[in-house]
Design a protein around this ligand. Structure first.
Ligand code: NDP
Length: 328
């Protein structure tokens, strides 16, 4: 039998955690033949609810789940971790300035980065889901100088999946026919879903749609503001779709992208496409054997350039703000 993979989930008692843990334990994160050990990190007030979720996980009798540990100590939670899903974050509350939000999250992601640095397994892969995800990932990465920078990633897969779904609906095509969609930039309202290189059943998506007004005034804002639309409709933020995207992100990272396709991941920039080196920005990437590469050589038209630059500018401002706060 295979040695179990240690998967650490922070904010495990939250909404996303509840939608995520059962799918990890049933084999959807890493594969139907890969046993997992779960480590659940919570703040002290969340420990009891996490224990309740763990009882339900026990009650599923998942054949692949070889253990659950619950703790409020990051040093314990990340000990030997192979995969870390950083979901717990400090939400923006009414009247909170961006600086306060970044500072509060720095207090969470800096110690978690250090604990990952000191205790995680050599092959650790980190996905940050908790917002502001890109900058939280930057903070954690900066606190982990001994871990290769590229192991710290931020989630834009939900935006990617949302964009595919909107494009399929607009063109009356199947989601499985849509390939090579890209989310660029920050997981925020400035993100840029790019269909200029996307394909629908092998044909260029932008040419198929042939409607720049729809692109600028409907598609892009619908994708970027989908989270708010779900809160409005559901009375609670998106949780199952966010958890699903986290599963997709790690599954693709570990198991590879399909031939001829790519995905979107927030990753430390190597300077490609004019994105300043070190910013955690979303790019088109292919993955293979647990590693990813930025898709190179795409032509960026003026429409795309302006939008990528605007989102990257926001990321640079967030980076400058956390630098000012001494968090990186
Ligand atoms: P959720 O589980 O709903 O969300 C968790 C985080 O995911 C938030 O930062 C949220 O950002 C973010 N997120 C990213 N993408 C999405 C998306 N598409 N839709 C919704 N959320 C998204 O939050 P809960 O409040 O239910 O649970 C958070 C848990 O984390 C609590 O149990 C709390 O105790 C715990 N926590 C744990 C910490 C730790 O382990 N050290 C630290 C802090 C909190 P946004 O706010 O922008 O929606």
């Amino acid at each position: 039998t295979r040695t179990p993979v240690n998967v650490t989930v922070t904010g495990a008692a939250g909404q996303i955690g509840y939608a995520l843990l059962f799918r990890i334990a049933s084999g959807h994160l890493l594969g139907a033949d890969v046993p997992v050990k779960l480590r659940l990190l919570e703040i002290p007030q969340g420990l009891k609810a996490a224990a309740g979720t763990a009882m339900e996980l026990d009650d599923c009798a998942f054949p692949l789940l070889s253990g659950i540990e619950i703790t409020d100590d990051p040093n314990v939670a990340f000990d030997g971790a192979n995969v870390a899903l950083l979901v717990g974050a400090r939400p923006r509350t009414k009247g909170m300035e961006r600086g306060d939000l970044l500072a509060a999250n720095g207090g969470i992601f800096k110690p978690q980065g250090k604990a990952i640095n000191d205790h995680a397994a050599d092959d650790i892969k980190v996905l940050v889901v908790g917002n502001p995800a890109n900058t939280n990932a930057l903070i954690a990465r900066s606190a982990a100088p001994d871990v290769p920078a590229e192991r710290f990633t931020a989630m834009t897969r939900l935006d990617h999946n949302r964009a595919i779904s909107q494009l399929a609906a607009k063109t009356g095509s199947a989601v499985s026919d849509i390939k090579r969609l890209t989310i660029w930039g920050n997981h925020s309202a400035t993100q840029y879903p790019d269909i200029f290189h996307a394909e629908i059943a092998g044909k260029n998506a932008a040419e198929t749609v042939n409607d720049e007004v729809w692109l600028a005034d409907t598609f892009i804002p619908t994708v970027a503001k989908r989270g708010a639309a779900i809160i409005e409709a559901r009375g609670a933020s998106s949780a199952a779709s966010a958890a699903n995207a986290a599963i997709d992100h790690v599954h693709t990272w570990v198991n590879g992208t399909a031939a001829g396709d790519w995905t979107s991941m927030g990753i430390p920039s190597d300077g490609s496409y004019g994105v300043p080196e070190g910013l955690i920005s979303s790019f088109p990437v292919t993955t293979k054997d647990g590693a990813y590469e930025i898709v190179q050589g795409l032509e960026i038209n003026d429409f795309s350039r302006a939008r990528i630059d605007a989102s990257v500018k926001e990321l640079a401002e967030e980076r400058d703000a956390v630098r000012e706060l001494g968090l990186i």
